[in-house]
Design a protein around this ligand. Structure first.
Ligand code: ME8
Length: 652
């Protein structure tokens, strides 16, 4: 057990929260939750960067008072993160007195030891990026970072002797292999530093920002450069300068930042400031990649309008509307997607299609369906209670070890952690098919049924504990369903067998209702083709012959019924979830409820028409049709292959 401190960038308040800023915030939430689960004392901080010159400009352009403007914007971040299940310990705003105090203290310390000095400055400056550039660094005369026009700035001010720190930084990087992550970004930083560092002007003439300490010469009208003040937030939160005890406890912390602010600021300026102040450097600086939309940078002007929702809450609402899941499940689904879809250091394109695909296949299918089937079978075969303990499942212990390595170690990998959890879920899904508890039950082998059901429930519990940092609300709900009523979210004490025999399950229906592709859904209650005129009594019904090509148009497939339930609004209908070898199971509505109790179909193989237009039957989508022999008054017989076949096998 130790202390763990993790930070996100503090966000500029001139933009709204979007999936880009949600990304490092959720990532930091996940590692901090995991460290708490390991028993560490944790401090997780995020916040807003409010002293930028552009804040004053934006506020002025709206005719707003800058302080009222930043209050309003900061509140939007606080509210968004709360609703995104982000459990930070501290939200820092750089307009707070504690941060002014820390910034001025550090500034003075460097001034006193000669690393900050007063001089004349002249050079190119990008206002939106708040960054100075050398002539040689410009890209065709424009800002190399954002491509916008730069301004020639000429003003006397205070400078930081960054030039002195190139070699010490290179030495530090060489001596601490995991300090800058990932490796390829570290190499970029090394190249940048080797290219030479110049002293930087760390003051501006403005009335918005943190004033230069007033007893220093020429301090009148000067505020501290926002990129000098912003990273100091990390030590403000840790207690600098007043609370030495807290500072010793929490500092150094781990910084999660985007690639845009990695090299120049978090791998160079900030550590050089700390070196100059004689303070420990961050424990690690981890750079993540960028989300784009249609290959373009996310921007409020392009993506903030009606067409595309970039706000994470709006996007979660989109999931709610498409699937019928509740908002907390949708939020957790978006959290999952962001960390699963692209490796943390790389860039990736965001699309609703990809989000929906993962929702259906990974969440509705692999996770939701597994929980649902297990709870249903516990109800049916074990009276709704957890049966006697079964032998430990090595796959569950293995997953726990993997996730601990990926989230609790020096180099964090969200993607690998999620893959390890999904390997366990995949194993459990296959285990159901292999063990076929419905067959064991039918054969009266109760002890074996119990062992299989305990293994499933306890295996799911392991997966939920490991998933908790990513999807806290979903984990809570699923835990209750499988009979773990008072979950303890600890990986430090995760032991096989902790799910107590006798605990009652709480069946509550699917957590992740499937998203049906809106494009392919035909209108509510698709009109059926008119019935052919009934043949005259006694006459042979005339059926025209069809060609083999006509028949070939009908695609028949074999599949396994994963779940079956009564249609809530129609006595004659059952709703089946059928695995036909596709990414996600299909929902098929069939008129066989009078003959088949739903549970008798689960696990059974059937044949469906797979290329029928989807239709809604009493509000439920049916993505195909089940084949059954119709015996009129005497009932129906569902067709099945006479041996087990791979799901998705074509029937000809
Ligand atoms: O730079 N994809 O604030 P900022 C992924 N205030 N991440 C993204 C992203 C995207 N499309 N867009 C933004 C600042 N981010 C300074 C930071 S820290 C001492 C001061 C994330 O509001 C990414 O982490 O522009 C990036 O580094 C950060 O938001 C920048 O947020």
């Amino acid at each position: 057990m130790g202390n763990y401190y993790v930070t996100t960038p503090i966000y500029y308040v001139n933009d709204v929260p979007h999936i880009g800023t949600a990304y490092p915030t959720i990532a930091a939430d996940v590692v901090s939750r995991f460290h708490r689960m390991m028993g560490d004392a944790v401090r997780f901080s995020t916040g807003t960067d409010e002293n930028a010159t552009k804040v004053a400009r934006v506020a002025a352009s709206r005719g707003a008072d800058p302080m009222a403007f930043v209050d309003e914007m900061a509140a939007a971040f606080v509210e968004t993160w709360r609703r995104m299940h982000v459990a930070y310990d501290d939200f820092i705003r750089t307009t707070e007195p504690r941060h002014h105090e820390a910034t001025q203290a550090l500034f003075l310390r460097l001034y006193e030891n000669g690393d900050v000095y007063y001089a004349e400055y002249e050079g190119w400056y990008c206002v939106p990026c708040e960054t100075h550039f050398l002539e040689t660094q410009l890209a065709e005369g424009k800002c190399p970072d954002c491509g916008r026009a730069v301004e020639w700035m000429k003003e006397p001010g205070y400078f930081f002797r960054l030039s002195q720190y190139a070699q010490p930084l290179l030495d530090y990087i060489a001596a601490h292999p995991n300090w800058l992550q990932p490796e390829f970004r570290k190499n970029e930083a090394v190249q940048f530093i080797k290219g030479g560092l110049r002293d930087v002007n760390i003051t501006r003439r403005s009335d918005w920002g943190i004033p230069v300490p007033s007893h220093l010469p020429n301090s009148e009208g000067l505020v501290i450069y926002v990129w000098f003040d912003a990273p100091i937030n990390y030590i403000t939160v840790a207690g600098y300068p007043a609370d030495a005890e807290a500072f010793a406890r929490w500092w150094p912390g781990t910084h999660i930042v985007g690639k845009d602010i990695f090299t120049r600021f978090h791998a160079t300026l900030w550590p050089a400031m700390l070196m100059a102040a004689g303070l420990p450097l961050p424990a690690a600086v981890v750079a993540h990649g960028f989300w784009t939309i249609g290959g373009e940078k996310i921007s409020k002007s392009k993506h903030g309008g009606k067409g595309f929702r970039i706000n994470p809450l709006d996007l979660s609402q989109e999931i709610v509307e498409a699937s019928g899941a509740d908002i907390d499940v949708a939020v957790d689904s978006l959290r999952y997607f962001l960390l699963r879809e692209m490796p943390f250091g790389m860039d990736g394109d965001f699309s609703l299609e990809a989000l929906y695909r993962r929702y259906n296949s990974d969440l509705a299918n692999d996770l939701g369906n597994l929980v649902n089937r297990t709870v249903t079978m516990l109800g049916r075969y074990c009276g709704g209670a957890i049966p006697a303990r079964a032998d430990v499942l090595p796959e569950a212990l293995h997953a726990a070890k993997q996730v601990e390595r990926c989230l609790g170690g020096a180099v964090v990998s969200y993607l690998e952690a999620l893959k390890a959890i999904w390997e366990l879920l995949g194993y459990l899904n296959r285990y159901i098919e292999e063990q076929a508890p419905w067959k064991l039950h039918k054969a009266g082998r109760a002890e074996e049924v119990n062992a299989v059901m305990y293994t499933l429930a306890e295996g799911i519990r392991f997966a939920l504990v490991l998933l908790y940092p990513f999807m806290p609300v979903v984990a809570e709900r699923a835990a209750a369903q499988i009979g773990w009523a008072h979950p303890a979210w600890k990986v430090s004490a995760l032991a096989w067998g902790d799910l107590r025999p006798g605990s009652r399950t709480q069946p509550a229906g699917p957590i992740f209702p499937r998203i049906i592709d809106k494009e392919t859904i035909v209108t509510e209650e698709t009109p059926q083709p008119a019935a052919p005129a009934a043949p005259a009594p006694g006459a042979a019904p005339e059926q025209p012959l069809i060609s083999i090509d006509d028949f070939a148009k009908v695609q028949l497939k074999a599949g396994t019924v994963l779940a079956a339930e009564k249609h809530p609004k129609a006595d004659k209908l059952l709703i089946l979830q059928v695995d036909v070898g596709e990414d996600a199971p299909r929902q098929i509505v069939a008129g066989i409820a009078a003959v088949y109790p739903p549970e008798t179909l689960v696990g059974r193989q059937i044949v469906i028409v797979a290329n029928l237009q989807p239709a809604r039957l009493r509000g439920e989508v049916s993505q195909g049709m089940l084949l059954a022999a119709d015996m009129g008054e005497t009932g129906m017989a569902v067709l099945s292959p006479d041996t087990v076949v791979p799901n998705g096998s074509m029937v000809r």
